[in-house]
Ligand binder design. Structure first.
Ligand code: 2P0
Length: 317
């Protein structure tokens, strides 16, 4: 039996689209900040009477259960039946990156339970095949996920670019809706790839955003990171809006919060927004500005969380 506690990550430069669906290889590189406080804790024990998956206290069935079991098959094809118990201390599948911490925790707990020696990059490659964003949650701090060029995906994994204590940034999250999203990320990506005329522009223009965000993190230059993050976010949504049928996770409150961030910036507060596959808005700022940002967001939604940069996974036997 082994247990892993892993933080989710939020992409500052986005992953949206796959160059290989089976291996879950991305069409673009991406870069993320691991979040503090929010976490998934997953225990795996092999040698159970039969496979069983519990998610947030309930027996999982259907696709959520089969994705977990298929992932264990990938890690060890001739495995014994397993019992998996996974709990999130934050909303699941609501655009708060629960699949990033979920598949990273499952990977790390299973590798430990099976006593399989691995490097972090090898764990990242496995986690990637469960859910792309999970490849970035194998580390705390700031992580890049290399697009890679190899067909077998061995060069497409996370790279730790700065440790958790490198820069005390805050992400203020406005929960516009904590219900489960209407279109899942995988389905959304596949639809975008198949139907959006903007998709080719997206896959040919991400490198500049990634290079800008990486340099901004290394230099602790929030404006540089923020500009790259907003550019990447808006281009990603441009591909979704122009998919057929369109994918539009935004709600009126999401847009109102984007306006609020512009207003705060005009008032001299250095803050920048991003969104993912859901209506929630995440605002990046320095800790001294976080109370003012949180206060402004609270005019639009009740549920606001101020999180810092999260640490590395913790894995125990
Ligand atoms: C990201 N998202 O970079 C992007 C931005 C959502 C928007 O990664 O299909 O659950 O399982 O690889 O990782 C969410 O997608 O997708 C995601 P799959 P995943 O964080």
């Amino acid at each position: 039996m082994a247990t892993a506690t892993v933080h989710p990550n939020i992409a500052l430069v986005k992953y949206w689209g796959k160059r290989d669906r089976d291996l879950n290889l991305p069409s673009t590189g991406s870069l993320s900040m691991t979040l503090s406080d929010f976490a998934t804790t997953t225990s795996v024990v092999f040698g159970a009477a039969q496979d069983e998956v519990m998610i947030n206290g309930e027996l999982a069935t259907g696709l959520p259960a089969s994705r977990v079991l298929k992932h264990l098959d990938l890690i060890q094809p001739d495995r014994a039946p397993a019992r998996v118990v996974s709990t999130n201390n934050f909303p699941t599948a609501a655009g708060l990156a629960s699949s990033s911490s979920g598949f990273a925790a499952l990977t790390l707990a299973a590798l430990k339970a099976l006593n399989i020696d691995h490097t972090p990059a090898q764990a990242s490659i496995l986690a990637r095949q469960g859910s792309g964003s999970a490849s970035r949650s194998i580390w705390g701090g700031f992580v890049e996920w290399r697009r890679g060029v190899k067909k077998d995906g061995t060069d497409s994994h996370g790279l730790h670019i700065a440790p958790p204590d490198h820069w005390k940034l805050n992400m203020v999250i406005a929960v516009v809706d904590q219900g489960q999203k209407s279109v899942g990320s995988t389905e959304g990506m596949l639809r975008t790839m198949a139907t959006s005329p903007m998709y080719s522009a997206w896959v040919s223009s991400w490198q500049k955003d990634l290079d800008g965000a990486r340099q901004g993190i290394l230099d602790q230059d929030l404006e540089m990171v923020g500009r790259a993050m907003e550019a990447s976010t808006l281009k990603m949504f441009a591909t979704m809006f122009t998919s057929s049928p369109p994918i539009r996770y935004w709600r009126p409150a999401s847009v109102a919060i984007q306006d609020e961030v512009s207003k705060l910036r005009k008032a001299g507060i250095n803050c920048w927004w991003t969104m993912d596959a859901g209506p929630n808005v995440k605002v990046l700022c320095e800790p001294e500005d976080a109370p003012a940002v949180a206060d402004a967001l609270q005019h639009h939604v009740e549920d606001v969380h101020t999180l810092g940069v999260g640490g590395h996974p913790v894995v125990e036997e």
